[in-house]
Design a protein around this ligand. Structure first.
Ligand code: FE2
Length: 272
């Protein structure tokens, strides 16, 4: 099974630039084109939040038009740049039955890997939270099928990464979330967005990761007083490949085209 994770699309009104500089709509179109050109078609695309830059209905209509180019199921949860009610209104065709109400959590059961997505959005805030009801919901869903490999996805990372301005807006009270995950060893991975660069860590008996954004990236700046800045490093997304033999293995895919591929055995053997 191949799970494609796209994150932090930040789609805007047509003709606008994010932060006056990032042509997000064009970059998202290129990322979707790259997905369609993969040599193996993903079974599902998971979008871990920040579908839009400002949560406006016009932006949701634009991102829906783009995501509808993908022929496989597309699962979405909001990030801090989204607005929950407007997302429901604008992305209705993508939402699963039952993905409604105070939190837009979802479970997708139709794949070899069970997918559970969590809505960590706190309206008006950059940080994320999972309230007691959400954690109880997660615990109950994971208890339903303890024998099935499961991928948990959400926007806000539940761990600190060392980039201070990002750590201030991560998931709050992640210890309660970690306690739930630790009770369910079938969780193969917790995949996140929000930080706009690839990050991986051990977490609650599993692996937690952040995928790079398909638009701008956060600057790698580990000094405690580093300012919040972004860079136009190559945009990318991740493919999480699962087989019964290998478990979940993650590949990072650059959106841009580069020279090659070239055969490794193009010339004489250098050892000869
Ligand atoms: Fe973002």
């Amino acid at each position: 099974m191949l799970i494609c994770q796209l994150t932090d699309l930040h789609v805007l009104a047509e003709g606008s630039l994010a932060y006056g500089r990032v042509a997000a709509n064009r970059m998202v179109a290129r990322a979707i084109d790259r997905v369609l050109r993969l040599d193996q078609r993903p079974d599902v695309v998971v979008v871990t939040g920040d579908l839009t830059h400002a949560g406006a209905l016009e932006e949701y209509r634009s991102v829906l038009g783009q995501l509808q180019h993908l022929p496989m199921p597309v699962l979405v949860v909001p990030g801090n740049h989204d607005r929950r009610e407007t997302l429901v209104h604008g992305l209705g065709p993508l939402l699963l039955p039952g993905q409604e109400g105070a939190r837009l959590h979802l479970v997708a059961d139709g794949f070899p890997v069970r997918i559970v997505l969590l809505d960590t959005l706190v309206p008006g805030s950059a940080h994320g939270e999972l309230d007691a009801a959400s954690l109880a919901w997660l615990d109950a869903r994971l208890a339903e099928q303890p024998g099935r490999p499961t991928l948990v996805g959400m926007h806000h990372p539940p761990f600190l990464c060392g980039i201070a301005h990002l750590d201030r807006i991560a998931l709050r009270d992640s210890r309660a979330f970690a306690a739930v995950i630790a009770r369910h060893p079938q969780v193969e991975r917790v995949v996140c967005g929000h930080h706009h660069r690839p990050i991986t860590t051990r977490f609650a008996g599993t692996v937690a990761s952040v995928a790079p954004s398909v638009v701008h990236q956060a600057e790698l700046a580990l000094a405690p007083d580093a300012p919040a800045r972004f860079v136009l490093e190559p945009p990318a997304f991740q493919l999480h490949r699962w087989t019964p033999e290998t478990g979940l293995v993650t590949h990072t895919v650059q959106v841009d085209d580069f020279p090659g591929p070239y055969p490794f055995l193009a010339g004489p053997d250098p050892r000869a």
